[in-house]
Design a protein. Sequence first.
Length: 224
Amino acid sequence: MRGNRGSTLVAVLILIVIAGGAYFVVQSIRDMTQQTVAPFQQANSGLQTQVAALMHPSPTVIPDPATYIQEVRSLARLETIQYSVEKVITAETGQGAFGFLFGDRLLFVAHGTVIAGIDMTKINPGDMQLVNGVLHVRLPPSEIFVATLDNDKSYVYDRQTGALAKGDQNLETTARQAAVTEISKAAEADGILELAQQNAETYLARFFSSLGYPNAVFEPVPPD
């Protein structure tokens, strides 16, 4: 009996040793496999990154180091009001019966800024007269100084190109140029020039009052 028990114990120990060795071998194979595959995975990831960069390259902006100053002009503009305008512009070419084949059409959402005020350089010495303690001032008409797009907020909402059309490369540029004009027109139609004139008179009345002329009357400049 003792001999059988001893043989059984030895067999169990042998099995434990074999199982431990097998686990160690399997674990070693796994580690070796991971070490072997890891460089290939990294290389594959790097290759995918390079392919993505080739398919969708980031634009590189290289400004010309040379600068040419075309004109320097002194300004004395009194900006009195600013509008923020949103306008949807449709630009299209080749529309008609075969538009689905040769047409090109886009919707451009334009966000822009319009600034208006008075050009103080247009006021001459004769436009200001003091009569019986009243300061008479002839102000030039208000005008729009700036009408520009906000490129961070403006975008192409939709574009549809015909099946056989290559697409007009200048279509978005045309839409942007039209958007600037339309934004200016929209602000003018909403009364930006009238408000600019009123704000200018209010500001200048306070300014003249601080100089000792509390009574100021503003008159429009007579037409040429």
